[in-house]
Design a binder for this molecule. Structure first.
Ligand code: SAM
Length: 210
């Protein structure tokens, strides 16, 4: 699998190399979870493409009773997540391109995974179907000239890079796949990167959100 080839030898130092890039997203998600849940609440979380399990471990620190789950397709990532989270989480190795979830979760998360996937629409629908209350999605925002050029370069040079989206078209894709955006922003971990991140809290027909 091209994504597993790409990530297998990057697993050991990915957390250090990409610390600020990931932390700014994780802080955004944690801030919102803290609005919805008290520290001792019990709720279930699924992190799709959980990587080294760093976000799950931050959720475990903030919400010790949360029931944590993660899926990733790179064996080294899965091993690292299992070591990091010991018995506090269920981590499964699976390819998200054909993953069939067997249950739903209170919170479903997918951070910077979609640019690797064959069918981003199917991924969004799966996130919507799996999430009982809250979902969070992030991706690069191909909104600047430098990121537009970088996106072309990645497409030509990295087999695992399938596509990435300007924020406007990503938002249309989210809505067209039945999800409601309740909060969104563009995060700038540095001068180069722009990350689009969405809180897709589920709202009912009266627009009451959980
Ligand atoms: C950029 S990393 C993001 C990791 C984590 N979500 C984070 O924000 O730190 C992308 C992750 O998605 C996983 N991944 C990519 N394509 C996948 C697929 N088709 N099935 C399962 N995992 C996949 C990779 O193994 C990698 O761990």
């Amino acid at each position: 699998m091209s994504y597993a080839n790409y990530y297998s030898d990057k697993t050991s130092d990915i957390d250090d190399r990409w610390f600020f890039f990931t932390q700014i997203q994780f802080d955004w998600i944690l801030e919102r979870l803290k609005v919805h849940y008290a520290p001792d609440d019990m709720f279930s979380v699924m992190d799709l493409g959980c990587g080294t399990g760093r976000l799950l471990s931050l959720i475990a620190d903030a919400f010790p009773n949360a029931k944590l789950n993660g899926v990733d397709g790179t064996p080294e990532m899965v091993k690292t997540s299992i070591n990091r989270l010991s018995n506090n989480a269920t981590i499964t190795q699976a390819n998200l391109n054909n993953y069939v979830p067997d249950q739903s979760y209170d919170v479903v998360i997918s951070t910077t995974v979609m640019h690797h996937l064959d069918d981003p629409h199917a991924h969004l629908r799966m996130v919507g179907d799996m999430a009982n209350a809250h979902a969070f999605i992030s991706e690069f925002a191909i909104d600047t000239l430098t990121l537009k050029l970088a996106n072309i370069w990645w497409g030509l040079t990295q087999k695992s890079h399938k596509q990435a989206w300007p924020s406007k078209s990503f938002q249309i894709m989210i809505r067209n796949n039945g999800l409601t955006i309740s909060d969104k922003t563009i995060l700038n971990p540095d001068h180069f990167w722009q990350l689009q991140i969405y809180d897709l809290t589920q709202c009912n027909i009266n627009n009451i959100c959980h």
